[in-house]
Design a binder for this molecule. Structure first.
Ligand code: SF4
Length: 692
């Protein structure tokens, strides 16, 4: 029997755990004493491993390379040699005929690791010759990256997960940590126990609202108006830090003008929050000796998300809540390695280490290191995954190489996504399960899973952590970076790595931000937060320590924009707002957690819709009744869960279920900067199904 220390693959909390292995099988998981989890795990950490033993699989594990030579035909099992040869040939043909920008690739924010993401973006840029590489940050915290880069200089949490419990005020907006990051939620509870004031802004009475000192039960779709009103109060009531603003920020006068019309009284009706509550929230926030803002997808999955993120950064700048311990801004990243996928340049606008693809010096540096002519590098920002359905339909993208993503489950407006896939000439899926997207592939390249390989993840607070291989893979599968390397070599760009560390060290040598984060420094239980620029540096617990921001001027940028309405608001035909949410037992597309026996038992109903009983009864709908939920794009069957914590006029569904996927209903109104879809808001109706 052996214990292997690894990192949970299910959320950005970055909990360390030990997998206990007996006779080549995992028999249990035990909490390890990691920096972020301190010996605790949630149920996904304890029970999210048994798909590795093949018990109770609902979807087949991918066990060998498969090719489907004709659309609609059957998959045939082939050797690795043939799969690589065929894929390389098809990609070369498409590149030759339509150019490199006709090929789209993805990294993965799941259990594959930073080294693989580095290799995938290198494949896109050095082998295909395109910046068309992206990841699921696009549909979650893309706006946090863009908004924080613009205002403060780094698209990440400024603070640490460990700092949260020592902050004296937590402003939690659009973030249901109890469901999405239960171990981060423990920090919120500890903060409360240590006397912190908790302010929650959320349409639902979520778990955090139950322990909050103030709950601002905002109407769906009003974030910008509320954040502008917060800034208005800080200035009108003279609650802001004059000295800090004068020394360390820019744009104050413009900012003041832009929020002038957003008095709490002016927005009270629109937001559903009284002027008194808005004023009180900011009096509490400004008076706290240390204050932290935390947010999740209730901020980022809107068509105006980047503006709201910038506005939240503005509140921290106005009150000087940056650049020291226990304060800051915290977009808590969702999937376990979505921070890492961004760190590794699986972004269409940035190389690894957040170095711009439009900077000729940066392009020259990477071209030189990768041994290619700089003219082979794409000088333009690449496509985002949310643009692919439209670009495929327009004939601009012909091939899609998807690694560890399931867009046919997780993206907005699945009818549109399906049309995009139908228009593609060639789809390659590299994954561990036969996902909805894999079912549509022309080639399937089966990969090892978390547990079957090691590497480095980045958790939500910029912490690099190593994770280790626990068991030997049973099937004819390969490590993700090995598959990509074989393809690159077959396409005429020899790529050979011996192990993860060789890739990591190549990456470090090209990324000043990460240079000092060596494998040795990360060690077994280590957690090295970037920036870590020298071999001597222990990493950085909080950003902007000297109140120098990583913006062109070195100053924090104050920003406010007028509120914009969501793209599709309720009307007589579709009178309710649909908001997509998470559930505690499953993650993302659910391909891994949905194949774990204990987690299946916890939540075995394919989909539900949460409704306030008042709304449901007005439609004559009983608790647990089956209903149709319909939008202008489609309809799905679901079961109503009465829930008094739900605000009137809105319904909530998770997007994780294979049947009744609520992304059949959502719409793809994209934030103009981050291109993140507005999956938190569309208009729907709920109708009874007569026969039960
Ligand atoms: Fe920790 Fe998140 Fe895993 Fe739960 S799902 S154990 S909170 S990393």
């Amino acid at each position: 029997m052996k214990k292997v220390t690894t990192v949970c693959p299910y959320c950005g909390a970055g909990c360390k755990l030990n997998l206990v292995v007996d006779n080549g099988k995992i028999i249990r998981a035990e909490a390890a004493n990691g920096v972020t989890n301190q010996g605790e795990l949630c149920l996904k950490g304890y029970y999210g491993w048994d798909f590795l033993n093949d018990t109770k699989l609902l979807t087949p594990r991918l066990t060998q390379p498969l090719i489907r030579r004709q659309r609609g035909g059957k998959f045939e099992a082939v050797s690795w040699d043939e799969a690589i040869r065929y894929t390389a040939q098809r990609l070369k043909e498409i590149k030759q005929k339509h150019g490199p920008r006709a090929i789209m690739t993805t990294g993965s924010s799941r259990g594959t690791g930073n080294e693989t993401n580095y290799v995938m973006q290198k494949f896109a840029r050095a082998v295909i010759g395109t910046n068309n590489v992206d990841c699921c940050a696009r549909v979650c915290h893309g706006p946090s990256v863009a908004g924080l880069q613009a205002t403060l200089g780094n698209g990440a949490m400024s603070n640490s997960i460990g700092d949260i419990e020592n902050s004296k005020c937590l402003l939690v907006i659009g973030y249901n940590c109890a469901d999405s990051h239960p171990i981060v939620a423990r920090r919120v509870i500890k903060a409360k126990e240590k006397g912190a004031q908790i302010i929650v802004c959320d349409p639902r009475r979520i778990e955090t609202a139950r322990i909050a000192d103030q709950h601002l039960q905002i109407r769906n779709g009003c974030n910008m108006a509320l954040v502008n009103a917060f800034a208005h109060v800080l200035m009108e009531e003279d609650l802001y830090d004059h000295d800090y603003v004068a020394k360390y920020t820019e744009g104050f006068e413009e900012y003041r003008k832009n929020v002038a019309d957003y008095s709490p009284e002016a927005v009270a009706e629109q937001t559903g929050v009284s002027a008194q509550q808005i004023r009180q929230a900011m009096r509490t926030y400004a008076a706290a000796p240390s204050a932290t803002i935390m947010w999740g997808m209730g901020v980022t999955q809107f068509g105006q998300a980047v503006d709201v993120v910038k506005g939240l950064a503005g509140l921290a700048l106005l009150t000087g809540n940056l650049g020291r311990a226990n304060v800051g801004v915290g977009p808590v990243r969702g999937q376990n390695n979505v921070q890492g996928a961004c760190d590794m340049g699986v972004l269409p606008n940035e190389f690894p280490g957040y170095q711009s693809v439009t900077d000729p010096k940066v392009r020259a540096k990477f071209a030189d290191a990768w041994g290619i002519d700089v003219d082979q590098m794409d000088p333009e920002v690449g496509h985002r995954i949310t643009e692919i359905p439209h670009l495929a339909i327009e004939g601009k993208v012909k091939a899609y190489y998807i690694m560890g993503e399931d867009p046919l489950q997780t993206e907005a407006d699945l009818g549109l996504v399906r049309k995009g896939f139908e228009a593609l000439e060639f789809v390659v899926v590299q994954d561990i399960f036969m996902t909805k997207t894999a079912e549509q592939a022309d080639v399937i390249l089966p990969a090892t899973s978390w547990g079957e390989h090691g590497g480095v993840f980045s958790c939500a607070d910029r912490g690099f952590q190593r994770f280790e291989k626990a068991i030997e893979p049973k099937y004819n599968v390969k490590r993700d970076w090995e598959i990509i390397s074989l393809l690159a070599t077959e396409m005429g760009y020899p790529m050979h790595y011996n192990d993860n560390q060789q890739i990591w060290d190549e990456m470090r040598s090209l990324c000043p931000l990460f240079y000092g984060a060596t494998y040795e420094k990360m060690g077994e239980l280590g957690h090295v937060q970037w920036p870590c620029t020298t071999l001597e540096s222990p990493g950085t617990q909080y950003l902007y320590a000297d109140n120098h921001f990583d913006t062109p001027s070195g100053k924090g940028q104050l920003f406010a924009a007028p509120w914009r309405a969501p793209a599709e608001v309720p009307d007589g035909d579709y009178p309710l707002v649909l908001c997509t949410v998470r559930e505690v037992g499953h993650y993302s597309c659910r391909s891994m957690t949905g194949n774990c026996a204990a987690l299946q038992t916890l939540a075995d109903e394919p989909g539900f819709v949460q409704m306030n009983p008042v709304d449901a009864q007005a439609l004559g709908i009983r608790d647990q009744q089956l209903v149709w939920v319909a939008s202008r794009r489609g309809k799905v069957i679901s079961r109503v869960n009465y829930n008094e914590r739900i605000n009137l006029g809105a319904v909530y569904m998770t997007y994780q279920w294979w049947i009744g996927a609520c992304n059949e209903l959502t719409q793809d109104n994209l934030d103009p900067i981050s291109k993140t879809p507005e999956t938190k808001y569309c208009a729907v109706k709920v109708e009874q199904i007569a026969d039960q």
